[in-house]
Design a protein around this ligand. Structure first.
Ligand code: SAM
Length: 248
């Protein structure tokens, strides 16, 4: 299994890619790779390419791109709008949501959100690392934290919202998804540790394309609920009928 790196630049046969300093440090000093060693590259647009280390300096590495190993392929368009949780669970949530194939991660500040600052750069680094590891061809879009009301003010009309509701009327998520038909795109929305407050729930129930769904009889932690809902969506409407690439 090759080392896999996300890079920003275009990927094409014969291209020379200069790694970031962190990537060069990882290849040279952590993995101790020498020139000639293979590295898989992806940028979210051009599919996956096989490259090799062409030249190394003390703190730099140039990769020479050789051949495409996987064409860019469509991936599920599923957003996760979530009330942010404290640092360690947030790192975990970003990594696991990336493995579960989300296309966007949108931290939403709700009335009972206790977290002040959400470091977007930290979220992006966690998402890139998880995307490299799980062999997806894209990295999810990471947005800055915004009030939930502001997110909803500019919400795309066609995108359906799965509101994970721990109280009130809610259909079991798998029944709802099975009966909903795949008309999407979709978003999963989960609340903070203290849950949504009633005014938020009232507003959400009036919002078009919002469907309240249940995740069983137990109260899940906010990060658990988000990941459970993402897994249900992938299993019913997503791409879990596919197998990991090259492992048929
Ligand atoms: N205030 C809630 C309580 O103690 O009753 C706890 C909120 S829960 C920790 C955080 C979020 O996870 C909720 O706002 C909801 O979005 C989701 N959630 C947790 N358990 C759920 C369940 N059984 N069904 C649907 N959503 C759930």
């Amino acid at each position: 299994m090759n080392i896999r790196l996300f890079i920003e630049g275009d990927l094409a046969n014969g291209a020379a890619i200069e790694c970031s300093r962190d990537q060069a440090h990882y290849l040279i000093h952590v993995l101790r790779l020498a020139p000639g060693a293979p590295v898989a590259l992806f940028n979210g647009r051009d599919g996956e390419w096989l490259a090799h280390i062409d030249a190394v300096g003390k703190k730099s590495a140039i990769l020479a791109v050789d051949s495409q190993t996987r064409p860019q392929a469509p991936e599920p368009d599923l957003w996760l709008v979530f009330a942010p949780v404290k640092r360690a669970p947030l790192d975990f949530l970003v990594q696991k949501a990336t493995e579960l194939g989300v296309s966007a991660l949108m931290p939403a500040i709700t009335r009972r959100t206790v977290v002040e600052r959400v470091k977007r750069e930290r979220m992006a680094a966690n998402a890139i690392e998880a995307a490299e590891q799980c062999e997806r061809l894209t990295v999810p879009r990471i947005e800055n934290a915004r009030p939930l009301s502001q997110i909803l003010d500019s919400w795309p009309a066609e995108r359906r919202i799965l509101l994970c509701a721990e109280a009130g009327e809610a259909a079991p998520i798998h029944d709802f998804l099975r009966e909903s038909g795949s008309g999407g795109p979709w978003a999963v929305l989960t609340g903070p540790e203290g849950g949504f407050d009633q005014t938020e729930l009232d507003a959400l129930h009036k919002f078009p394309n919002v469907s309240a769904v249940g995740l069983g009889p137990r109260i899940l932690r906010a990060d658990t609920a988000a990941l459970a809902a993402l897994a249900c969506w992938q299993a019913v409407l997503g791409d879990w009928q596919n197998r990991p690439p090259g492992r048929h």
